[in-house]
Design a protein around this ligand. Structure first.
Ligand SMILES: [Zn+2]
Ligand SMILES: [Zn+2]
Length: 157
């Protein structure tokens, strides 16, 4: 497995909106909820959970949109107003973390999900690995995801 180095850098498709993350993510997972399917126009979203203070935009002006999640929470998303790439999701009031679109990191060689959430609305053709952590809806406890991500050793301790 390739080691990742900090800060993590990423940005939108057109390159105007750029960001940095100063600490390793807590976990990476796939979300198959109906909102993620609609927002991405795809089957699921690859999400990297990071501590909110470790994130900053370094170029461009993010636009913001809000909605109610499948679990009933008030969510917001930052995206590039020019090309539309979704960059980060968060919650109001803040729960201290942001969900980054892991596909928008510049280097994605180390990115691998530890499991899947909202599998009850996953597309029927998705094949899950026996080793993956699976949750039918929103987990109340993400400890298993966090520990599995840490055990992959993507970052130097
Ligand atoms: Zn853009
Ligand atoms: Zn989702």
């Amino acid at each position: 497995m390739t080691k990742a180095s900090l800060p993590l850098e990423g940005g939108c498709q057109c390159g105007k909106l750029r960001y940095e993350v100063s600490m390793p993510p807590l976990m990476i997972y796939c979300c198959h909820c109906t909102n993620c399917q609609k927002i991405s126009g795809s089957a699921f979203v690859l999400s990297a959970t990071i501590l909110e203070p470790s994130f900053q935009f370094t170029a461009g002006d993010a636009r913001k949109t809000e909605w109610i999640s499948d679990a009933g929470n008030q969510r917001f998303g930052y995206f590039c107003g020019d090309c539309g790439t979704r960059i980060a999701h968060g919650q109001t009031p803040s729960i201290g973390v942001l969900s980054l679109r892991a596909g928008a990191f510049d280097d994605r060689s180390w990115v691998e999900p530890s499991g899947h959430i909202w599998t009850k609305s996953a597309q029927r053709w998705i094949k899950f690995d026996d080793a993956d952590i699976l949750c039918a809806e929103q987990p109340t406890d993400y400890t298993a995801f966090v520990e599995r991500f840490k055990s992959k050793g993507c970052f130097e301790d």
